[in-house]
Design a protein around this ligand. Structure first.
Ligand code: SF4
Ligand code: SF4
Ligand code: SF4
Length: 255
């Protein structure tokens, strides 16, 4: 029985990391003030950052990280076969993430630059997990927003509708009364990126690089026109669009 007076079946949850920094899983384990109540909803079966249990009878799988090796594909498919609900967790899992920076170069060149002569097993590209398995829900963000994760997990537990904000980061940025970075001569992806992060980057005077991917129904051509009208660089715009791999369908399309 919870404090609202009704029973909620505890979710059997597993959290799994692939190629990534594991910052998203750490976000979930963070913020002690809400952690006990949040964990009270969950039966943690497998979650390296939180528990030493390694059980395979989970219903919900949070999958963090991108896919860059063939053995990861097999492991991901096994997780999908077990989970009733699979959640792509963080920008790496949703889009390939900043790991996809390597997609622009031959993989041999990347390996040589980082590892020298060592033999490294890696694919040519960093993949989002939906390239290999069906994804039920996506929670983008680099890292994810803890409050959003809690809200979505509670929605799964209570079988309530789940939705991400459809509008762009500019809405939250304006609510925070920030000076627009376009007016300071910078290309910011806020007009086309999905909100839900409380415009954390522009509020810190750093441009939005679109870690949450495209907002719904964006007017991409108007965005490109804005960049041109401000006499800013479309090369720089394309570089930013490529940073998290969330805008591949728009890349190098100049309106
Ligand atoms: S999305 Fe960002 S914070 Fe999360 S695992 Fe990937 S690199 Fe780390
Ligand atoms: S700084 Fe970026 S997010 Fe904020 S209003 Fe300007 S374009 Fe939008
Ligand atoms: S402002 Fe942009 S880059 Fe920063 S967290 Fe939000 S969506 Fe991600």
């Amino acid at each position: 029985m919870n404090h609202l007076g009704f029973d909620i079946e505890k979710l059997k949850i597993g959290s799994f990391d692939f190629t990534c920094c594991e910052g998203c899983q750490l976000q979930l384990a963070n913020k002690e003030s809400t952690l006990p109540e949040f964990l009270a909803l969950l039966d943690i079966r497998n979650f390296r950052e939180i528990s030493s249990e390694r059980l395979d009878d989970y219903d919900i799988a949070l999958v963090e990280g991108s896919i860059t090796r063939q053995d990861e594909v097999e492991r991901l498919k096994a997780i999908r076969a077990q989970a009733k609900v699979l959640v792509a967790y963080g920008t790496c899992a949703c889009f390939g993430g900043m790991n996809a920076q390597k997609n622009k170069f031959p993989k041999e060149e990347c390996i040589r630059t980082v590892y020298g002569d060592k033999q490294i097993d890696t694919m040519q590209e960093s993949h989002k997990i939906s390239d290999f398995v069906t994804v039920d829900y996506s929670i983008p963000g680099c890292p994810v927003n803890k409050e959003e994760v809690e809200r979505i997990v509670v929605s799964i537990a209570t079988r309530s509708p789940i939705a991400l904000p459809k509008y762009p980061v500019c809405v939250e940025c304006k609510q925070r009364l920030n000076t627009c970075l376009f007016d300071l001569g910078e290309v910011c992806l806020g007009p086309i990126s999905r909100a839900g992060c409380d415009a954390v980057c522009p509020s810190g005077k750093t441009v939005c690089l679109g870690c949450r991917g495209p907002a719904d129904g964006i007017n991409y051509d108007s965005f490109v026109q804005l960049v041109k009208d401000k006499e800013l660089s479309t090369d720089e715009m394309n570089e930013k669009l490529a940073f998290y791999n969330g805008f591949t369908e728009y890349l190098n399309h100049e309106g």
